[in-house]
Design a protein around this ligand. Structure first.
Ligand SMILES: Nc1ncnc2c1ncn2[C@@H]1O[C@H](COP(=O)(O)OP(=O)(O)OP(=O)(O)O)[C@@H](O)[C@H]1O
Ligand SMILES: [Mg+2]
Length: 250
């Protein structure tokens, strides 16, 4: 579905991505893990058309999309849920959701805007009781739910999540991972950037490791969890490899 080939990205001449190639298949959850500053957000921003100082090939469903503006890509089903949520703080929860469907022009695959909002409230009941509250006054966890719901409003073909658990209390983090797992069960294709590498690996089919602008490892998430280097740098040594998948996903 998504294929990136030899992508280089720059900030005023500084190279943040140094020849990255990866792909995401239909229905897959692919995790992108890496330390702070590795270039994860830059990569998502290149794909979604937000970061334009780049060279390389990006194809989405067989079509070259490199250089296309972000709003065109949203129409094609490529949607990013940005780091730090970036909600419209002075708009209500409901208005934020409506903004998510803005480019989808009212009806999405025959489903009305009102129905779609109701669907989101079924999925995130806490948001229903807060539908008129200004998004900027919600808790961090609630804001993250709005950000995800806003992205889902346009029924993305590929949903890119940038650090959905960032800054949330542990119990809310668990909720967030449950929501991602639900999306996985619904068959949604997701590219997931997460600092919480263990959870990201438990949720994903495949993973890539990004280190200072280069992919240094790629493979099945099960293989990642067992990889010595990944364990040392990102998971710690004390985890019980045999049980983490069960524990996290039950
Ligand atoms: N707007 C910018 N101007 C200049 N340099 C930038 C800018 N944004 C990012 N960079 C640099 O590009 C590199 C990659 O940053 P990026 O935000 O993509 O990393 P990241 O992996 O998402 O990190 P984090 O885990 O902290 O979110 C870093 O060295 C960063 O300093
Ligand atoms: Mg980032």
């Amino acid at each position: 579905m998504l294929r990136i080939e030899n992508l280089h990205a720059f900030y005023r001449g500084n190279e943040a991505l140094k020849g990255v190639s990866l792909d995401v298949g239909q229905g897959e959850i692919v995790a992108l893990i890496g330390a702070n500053g590795a270039g994860k957000t830059t990569l998502l921003n290149c794909v979604s058309g937000i970061h334009t100082d780049m060279i390389g090939q990006i194809t989405f469903n067989g079509k070259n999309i490199a250089g296309e503006p972000a709003h065109e890509l949203v129409k094609q089903g490529l949607v990013q849920c940005p780091e730090n949520r970036q909600l419209f703080g002075v708009m209500s929860v409901q208005e934020n959701l409506e903004m998510g469907a803005y480019l989808a022009t009212g009806e999405i695959q025959g489903v009305s805007l009102a129905k779609r909002i109701e669907d989101m409230f079924l999925k995130f009941p806490v948001l229903k009781s807060r539908r008129r509250q200004l998004a900027g006054t919600l808790s961090g966890g609630e804001q993250q739910m709005v950000a995800i719901a806003r992205g889902l409003m346009s029924d993305p073909k590929l949903f890119m999540l940038d650090e959905p658990s960032l800054g949330l209390a542990p119990i809310i983090v668990e909720d967030m991972f449950r929501i991602i797992k639900e999306m996985k069960n619904e068959g949604r294709t997701i590219l997931l950037v997460e600092q919480n590498a263990l959870a990201a690996l438990a949720l994903s089919d495949r993973a890539y490791l990004l280190e200072t602008g280069r992919l240094t490892l790629g493979g099945s998430s099960t293989m990642f969890v067992k990889d010595d280097r990944v364990r040392r740098a990102y998971l710690g040594n004390d985890i019980d490899v045999e049980h983490i998948f069960d524990d996290l996903l039950d």
